[in-house]
Design a protein around this ligand. Sequence first.
Ligand code: UD1
Ligand code: CA
Length: 469
Amino acid sequence: MPFTAIVLAAGEGTRMKSRHPKVMHKVLDKPLVWWPVTAARKAGASRIVVIIGNGAQEVKDFFAQEETSTDTTPVEFVEQKERLGTGHAVKVARDQLGAFSGPVVVLAGDTPLIKPETIQSLVEKAKAEHDACTVLTMTPDDVAGYGRVVVDDKDHVQAIIEDKDCTPEQCATLKECNSSIYCFCGRRLSENIDKITNDNAQGEYYLPDMIKIFVGMGEPVGWIHCPDYHEVLGVNNRVQLAQVTKVIQHNINEQLMLSGVSMLDPDQVWIGPEVTVGQDTTLLPQTILFGKSSVGSNCTVGPNSRLVNAQVGDGCTVDESVIVESIVENDVNIGPRAYLRGHTHMLNGSKAGTHVELKNSTVGEGSKVPHLSYIGDTVMGKNVNIGGGSITCNYDGKHKSHTELGDHVFIGSDTMMVAPVKIGDNALIGASSCITKDVPAGALALERNHQIIKEGWADAYWKRLEKED
Ligand code: UD1
Ligand code: CA
């Protein structure tokens, strides 16, 4: 069922002790506000309005750079310049966007664990019962600070009383709390939001005051109890940010393990929400998979590995390595301690060994860069072997130049390839050469001084040193 989502995210977040807005602090690799926005998208929101205020530009910039498919609901912004309360935030949205129609789900930008199914059930109940508002409630262990929900004997909500406005008796007896997530009838919300006043302990315009306004008008207000209050936990400081991150890390890892991925220690594996991992892949400790990364089946990744926007195929090993913005096909061995970046592409059966850096390069099928090399801006054919310590000199201080290596090229150890340079198929470069000119296919290129042998010289030298003592 289509609905509008309003995500309240204008708050100061003073307790984060940060120069950044609270909702931009990250849970795994996504800012807090991304999570309720994504839950709303998954639940089928046809319109998403994010109320921003503190650090507004940072929030806008994040969603502007977000890569989404064309069928993803875009985010609209409403700037709430003065933060006069949650009711004021929704009124500002109504003033800027015009009256709402259809269901309007209000979510909090700092509540990342909310599930799409919960949002859907709220919308469905509101629709089925023609409620002016349906409130998602919870019973946390510690109710302090939360608005308390008053329910009558007909199972309708009568009022929400903020903690600071409760009498001591209400404080002691009312245990059902407001999660700050609601589904409103857009029309009735728009028509009556101006009735909220700031006549309360905090001098704020409370959105929950809509409930007593509706009740006074004889409009029905329903509720759904959220059985696990952790789902609606809000983040106010960095301790809670870490706690919520642990819960999401655990949920993502558990789902992957149940789908056939092994983890030696799931507490030491961090996987972002947009990552996929195939069956019979093992993730070792201190592995981070972020961005739109994917790892195929039968791989081993880790220990100490980080993948960001990396596509890794089947049967690969990534050992103590970092792969950023790169593609790795099948049966590729990487590491220990390799660094692939800048749109590197490793074809089937290739290898990037220990202390190897590859940038913006294609490593052909079966080609190997086994040890201590830097290969940048290079296209390599198949079955190439790069000897240890070889480097493409692709940067002259101003320009980046390209290197081309044909099929079956053999580069001796400690070769410098000064780009731009082309080395033809089957060519062989003698160790320690500095290649500045193109090498034709099938040729040997050698650039080194002649070796000098002085028979007995060393023996004489050692003897001379001995006498000096
Ligand atoms: C709110 C509810 C309370 C509920 C609790 C659950 C109100 C008055 N109270 O209290 O009943 O139990 O959430 O966590 O709504 N915001 C704006 N603009 C504003 C004020 C707030 O965008 O002018 C945003 C904040 O950034 C935050 C959300 O609204 O994301 C909630 O505001 P907050 O002040 O934290 O309300 P609580 O005191 O937690
Ligand atoms: Ca809050």
